[in-house]
Design a protein around this ligand. Structure first.
Ligand SMILES: C[S@@+](CC[C@H](N)C(=O)[O-])C[C@H]1O[C@@H](n2cnc3c(N)ncnc32)[C@H](O)[C@@H]1O
Length: 502
């Protein structure tokens, strides 16, 4: 029983290793001794460990205030009820973006390489991402928001920190119709501005997003019809290295209050949007198509794993060149990050060490119950057949013998798009140089064997070995094997492959 339970437990990615709190979580006792205003919120459990009451908004706000001051030198405050960010959790998103930018999979579009420029959609009164990004990494930001409270308090939080204030611009989103009309928008799509009526069960916000359809329809369609998000807010000629967003996750305040274990505040304007995060992020995706040359990376947080799948499908539909996802875990809270780009990925470099190898292997972990060695072998077979190579399966030894000509190999490598978690097809013009251009193909046919071994339930080992040992052949074999690995991981352990980017 015990074993069974242990086996079911999924290994969870932890806090980002560069996160200040990854090795040293906030020390409440120390903070209480240094900051008298925090002291009343700290109490000691039976185990002698200091705690705070996470359901007390004043306690969580004071913790955020002292952490920003103590660890980041930031002077910060928000009024009662506004969304209060947890610093370790928000830092994870910043570090993930740092990883995306430094991976250089997507080449820089900003000629001023030292000045990273980000756009924070919905910066909130707390303005947490620009403050963290500027103080930790020296990035400059535009932070947008629609509410007066957010605009006023984000500006205050910037002004009280002169060390970063030159790096941050707070931009109020114009919620009036004209600002959101693209050339191809029709009158039917018009939004209400200012004080017009809103859906009965909605959130009472003055500028609530409304469609011209009935309220019921709007809920069913789950399409966003609120103030502009990117398109209409980004100015002509502006370019950014990335955008980020912690969207209004919920469709109603009832849904937003389902977690009684914490109190991080959050007004309806901050937490809710018709259609919830799915509709909001879908609009960001639509905007990104129109602004594909203005950003290197588009990113957003996603609160529900179930929404990730349909958002990724939407991204496929609009022809992005890459999608990356990650998981942000803090305590009991789990969120996901999604990032995409329209810029062709840079060429993948194959290290000489790897290129020499003629015996290679990789693990397929986290396979769903219905998938085993047989299904994986069948996928190996179709992977090579699709490109015209010969592939003979041996079901007894769980192996496949492949013979591929130069043309077959080039065909396989032409489909390669680099070290991507979600490499999507795009039209030919956008195609990056693939390793078919960079790795010499052998003059003779290449023969190799792929064998699949069952390790433990849910985990398979895939081995590949070249039948003839020869340096140049080993180079191309490495590329083919890497491509096979990407395809099998995408098919059989999608979530896992797309998660651990830390
Ligand atoms: C969940 S809060 C996030 C606040 C802050 N970024 C954080 O992480 O704590 C979402 C924010 O998006 C803002 N918002 C909603 N619609 C928006 C839009 N169309 N453009 C910009 N901000 C918007 C809300 O006012 C709110 O401040």
């Amino acid at each position: 029983m015990k074993n069974k339970k242990r086996r079911r437990e999924q290994p969870r990615p932890t806090i980002h290793p560069r996160n200040k709190y990854s090795e040293n979580p906030p020390d409440f006792a120390l903070l209480a001794s240094l900051y008298p205003s925090f002291n009343p919120f700290v109490f000691y459990g039976r185990d002698g460990r200091p705690r705070i009451d996470w359901t007390d908004f004043n306690a969580t706000r004071e913790l955020t205030r002292v952490l920003l001051l103590h660890d980041h030198g930031l002077d910060w405050w928000i009024p009662d009820g506004q969304l209060c960010p947890t610093v370790p959790n928000r830092s994870n998103y910043i570090h993930w973006i740092e990883d995306l930018l430094s991976s250089e999979i997507i080449p820089k579009i900003n000629s001023n390489v030292d000045n990273i420029r980000g756009f924070d959609i919905g910066t909130g009164a707390n303005c947490i991402y620009p403050l963290l990004g500027a103080s930790l990494l020296g990035w400059s930001f535009v932070g947008s928001d629609v509410t007066d409270a957010a605009f006023e308090w984000a500006e205050r939080n910037v002004k009280t920190n002169p060390q970063v204030s030159d790096l941050i611009e707070i931009r109020k989103v114009d919620t009036c119709i004209d600002a959101v009309l693209g050339e191809d928008s029709s009158k039917e799509d018009l939004l209400f501005c200012g004080s017009k009526s809103i859906c009965g069960n909605s959130i009472g916000r003055e500028l609530a997003p409304i469609s011209s359809s009935t309220c019921d329809d709007a809920v069913e369609e789950k399409s966003y019809s609120g103030p502009p998000i990117l398109f209409g807010v980004i100015r002509d000629g502006e370019t950014f290295d990335f955008c980020m967003c912690n969207p209004p996750f919920f469709e109603s305040m009832e849904e937003a209050s389902l977690n009684p274990k914490t109190s991080c505040g959050g007004t309806p304007q901050e937490m809710v949007c018709p259609g919830g995060e799915k509709a909001f992020i879908t609009r960001i995706i639509e905007d990104s198509v129109r602004l594909k040359h203005s950003f290197r990376w588009f990113t957003s947080m996603v609160g529900r794993k179930s929404n990730l799948k349909s958002l990724i499908a939407k991204l496929r539909e609009v022809g992005v060149t890459i999608v990356k996802t990650t998981e942000f875990v803090q305590g009991q809270t789990c969120r996901w990050g999604i990032a995409w780009s329209f810029i062709p990925p840079a060429r993948k470099l194959i290290s000489p060490y790897v290129a020499e190898k003629s015996n290679l292997s990789f693990m397929l972990e986290g396979l769903q119950r219905q998938f085993g060695a047989t299904q994986v072998l069948q996928s190996v077979e179709s992977f090579f057949h699709e490109n015209g190579a010969s592939c003979k399966l041996n079901v007894h030894s769980f192996s496949a013998d492949i013979t591929a000509s130069n043309e077959h190999l080039k065909g396989i490598l032409r489909n390669e798009v680099g070290l991507l978690e979600e490499p999507f097809g795009r039209d030919c013009e956008e195609k990056p140089p693939s390793s078919s251009d960079t790795v010499p193909c052998p003059s003779d046919d290449l023969s190799f064997r792929i064998t699949v071994f069952q390790q433990i339930p849910g985990t398979l080992l895939v081995k590949g070995s070249v039948q003839r040992k020869d340096g140049s052949i080993a180079g191309v074999f490495t590329s083919i094997f890497q491509r096979l690995e990407e395809v099998l991981k995408q098919k059989f352990c999608r979530e896992k492959a797309s998660v651990a980017n830390f």
